[in-house]
Design a binder for this molecule. Sequence first.
Ligand code: GCU
Length: 589
Amino acid sequence: MKRLPYLLAALLLAALPARALSPYGRECISLGGQWNYIIDPMDTGIYKYQMQLQKQHKRYFADRHFYQDKSTLIEYDFDHSPTLQVPGDWNSQAEKLYYYEGSVWYRRKVDFHPVAGKRWFLYFGAVNYKCMVGLNNTILGTHKGGFTPFCFDVTDVLKEGENSLVVWVNNTRGASEVPTVNFDWWNYGGITRDVLLISVPEVYIRDWRLRFDGSEVAIDVFLDGGKKPVTVEIPELGINKKACACKDGKASFRFKVSAELWSPGNPRLYDISISSGEDRITDRVGFRTIRVEGDRILLNGKPVFLKGVAVHDETISVNPGRCRNMEDARALLETAKDLGCNFLRLAHYPHSEQMVRLAEEMGFMLWEEIPCYWNIDWSSEETYANAENQLLEMIGRDANRAATIIWSVANETPRTPERLAFLGRLIAKARETDPTRLVSAAIQKDKPDFYHPVIDDELNRLTDLVSFNQYIGWYDGKPADCDSVVWTVPPGKPVVISEFGGGALYGNHGSDSELFTEEYLELLYRKNIGMMEKIPGLSGICPWCLKDFRSPKRPLPGIQDDFNRKGLVDEQGRRKQAFGVVKEYYASR
Ligand code: GCU
């Protein structure tokens, strides 16, 4: 990766925004729509031609395109530049951006009319991979990490009338980034999730956290701007409680409830409102417990088998891209529901909040993950800080979601002391931040003995589950070999197969010994299911993957064409024969 000059790198870290205020249950103005953009492969908007930093980024953050002074040399003019849809990745929107990795400058004009006594936050659902945000020529700050929300307080920067919002986005991969330079999905760049203006009163509810232990509810509410009484109401449960945030801006509630418990079979949610002074937010919450007992996973105290599938955040479409809205999420979730799933592994990075909330309504338990994927820079403190920040932003966003049962800190990472130390810190941080959920990581099987694979990764001592990816019948041997493979797994913990499967091109039919035919994939699934059923402590499986997805590592003409073909459905949602094998198995479970 090109090292940004120290000043800019410091800016990228120093100006990290406040943890995102949630837009849900609040009055928001959407800034989605067509934004002008300028592609900037050489970061001309950041560097002078001698490669020194632009002083105030005048070239891009200036408003001068508003007064068209013909005598001034202008070479970068948003008003006469093309547009991109926001939210949305740029790769799937313009042919010339298909593979693009680099900087793009976005600009949107914002008409604004201030309201007395209100504060305003500019919220981004996600920007991949790093960005710098400017409003009316003022740099608000930066963010790094492509899949979690962030926001800036813009109360004192917004002005009456027309405002100029400019966002520099760069999706260049980097050896010390998270993820690193090598990963098996498309590096979709851009403002990929919602951009909103959130208004709150001077004293407002910054955050709140709900925990449930099976009978007692604990709710902590955090105010900013003052210390006032807080009211929590859950009308259907007859809850109307008051507490004061008068000491340190935090109001704590503890009360018993006898609620219908949330589960995939009964995804019961209750309306909740939290108010303080002039602020009031509403949400819907579910009550459930999750824990492990020996080699079983207990949901609401009863053993549960995770009938899962792994999902990438990518639309079902002939021209897929990042999911942009509830409809995109619903198309994926309805496919998973038809498969008979009660569990989703949202791989390999936090998916949208729309996806998580809709999954909760539809009754899916969720594995959520940060992209410590393959071999990241385990020795870099900056890389660790980035990974931890992404973990905290993911937990901060979804900690009140009943659907989320597992936080995962990694996928297929090498067994080195540096990796164990790095992931050990992340696991400890996850438990400290949220002691109510399970913590895991998808490991990979070691090679030594094909027919007697042993899972003995030291990471398993730190996680609640033994989760591993295996590809018997695809990368390792043939489907029929499954009949002779005997797994050895650590005793006393639930086992979740976090990935298995193989590739097939939808509609490609032939012998079940011919790679990439649907018949081969069907046989692979039948054989794998038989093999996995014999694993002691098996508590869940996740076919890799629900849907064929774009990857630059999968070019095989006529078969892959830039798609990883391990989906149970193809990129258009067309079901392969293997879909029926999994559906039948889940129905029988
Ligand atoms: C790995 C990896 C996935 C990848 C898959 C594959 O297990 O975790 O991200 O897509 O294998 O090779 O298809």
